[in-house]
Structures are given as structure tokens and as C-alpha cells.
Unconditional design. Sequence first.
Length: 182
Amino acid sequence: MGKITVETCVIEGLKVITPGVFGDERGYFMETYNYNDYKAAGIDMNFVQDNQSSSSYGVLRGLHFQIKYPQDKLVRVVSGKVYDVAVDLRKGSDTYGKWHGVILSAENKKQFFIPKNFAHGFLVLSDTAEFAYKCTDFYHPNDEGGLAWDDPEIGVEWPIRPEMKLIISEKDRHWKGMKETF
């Protein structure tokens, strides 16, 4: 029923997915995931864990990755709006250390597929945001890695508004840059 539209990104492996949305006077319906549609789009994954977080305006989470147990992720926003970022950590890749960002919102209903060996983070642009994602491996708390969100070598162009007061966890404040981490 659903059928999806898939946009490939400049960085190989990253994909922005727009699901089919069917609406009428009652509201809308969409399939947020259909294995057959995603497999046909080259995303043939065994997702084993779903996660959801709630954050307020100005929260910046990331840039996170798993070290020994990397995860493919399919991320989306259930309510609100975020700027979502993936950084290529695949050694030997032509785009190693490069990033790609996309606006994900409840309104545009887009999803972002992020393969293994990418760092991931997002900035909340709405009053609140509910962020949901599927993973291909379980979370291992002792396997966390991260990069400084503001590492100039990566150069993510976060859409930080002048009035925005960033809210960053203590852990995320202490990640190092690419050169110090790898």
C-alpha cells in the first residue's frame, strides 16, 4: 500500500525516504516501515530495536556512534522538527569525515537512513520534538563513541538561531574532534 520515494545523498549509503501519505477529511494514514518497500529500495535490514526520545527547543544530541557494535538507523520525527546530521566514519571512504544534514519533521514525514559507521546527531528546531528510530543492533552502553558537535574539521553547519540557547548533555560537551578520536 505505502510505496516510498527514496532520494540518494552525495554521501554514498545515506538515503532520505518519503513515505506515501494518504489523507482525507479524517486525517492521514502512512506506513512508517514496510520491509518489502525498503528492501526494494536497497535497505534490506533486520531492525532489532526501536527507540524514541523527547527533546525541547535547542537540544543538540550527538554526534554519537557505536564502536564495536555499529548500527544502521532509520530515523524520523513523530512530532516537531529537527535538523538531523550524519557524519561518514568509514575509513577509506571518499567522503570520510564529511557530513550531510536534513530537516525531519512531523509535517514533511521524511525519514533518514544512516548506515553503520556514521556518527549521528540532531538539533531540535521546534518547541518540542519526538524523535523515533529503528536500529539493526542493540544498544551497548559500554560501546558508546562520540565526536564534538562543533568540530571545525567536520564543519557541520547547524542551523543555530540567534535566540537559541543550546542544551547539550555533559557527556556530549566532552567528545573530542575527528583528529583526536581517530
